[in-house]
Design a protein around this ligand. Sequence first.
Ligand SMILES: [Zn+2]
Length: 249
Amino acid sequence: MRIGINCGHTVSGQPGCGAVGYLDESDETRRVGKRLIELLRGEGHMVYDCTNDYADTTLENLSEIVRMANAQPLDLFVSVHFNSGGGKGCEVYTYGGKSFDEAERTCEAISKLGFKNRGIKDGSSLYVIRHTDAKAMLIEVCFTDSASDAELYEKIGSDAVARAVCGAIGGKSKEELTVEQYEELKSEINGLKPMIYDYIDDNMPSWAKPTVQKLKDKGFLHGDENGRLGLTHEMMRTLVILDNAKVFG
Ligand SMILES: [Zn+2]
């Protein structure tokens, strides 16, 4: 997907910067948003950073964000914010409050981290929602002026929020394996026994069935004393190749 990510407002302390309560919105949107960009790129998405750090006015900041977003076709535009004004939890704004998969999954993923799910809301009056060409959503992760939201956010960290959003909008977020975990996984896989097919039933791959049936019918395959065929994938593949070469008539 081609995704535009906007880390909220200008940098902290500048005209057009975000809310400050227990958390500084401008700082935290950058922590979450920049990590989200990395994660989505790691998933193979084409990601455009639509963040504007400095502007003389709020309107200048907003129009610059929209200019960056509309500079190329996007499948999705995501603006990351933190809320304020007395409340708790996460919400996602879309045009007309319309629900779509990415918006719904984002609410669910952030609320799974422990924040209240305030749901999808009408963001038609929000500048970046109204003026961007792509399907757009604005995420309010949680409230900067809620002590309990801030405490939870500090506890789980920006990386967890970025991973949750990445999983919600860009498919699964890959867990990075440590060398030890990788070695463990590798030895586990190496220790696995190959799948054995004893009978011509639903478990047997359909590409193998006609050949195996034919060899049974012709008496080439008997199996053990209990009639178990004991065939691996590799063996069946070989038998099919030989059968296609008319070795069995
Ligand atoms: Zn904001």
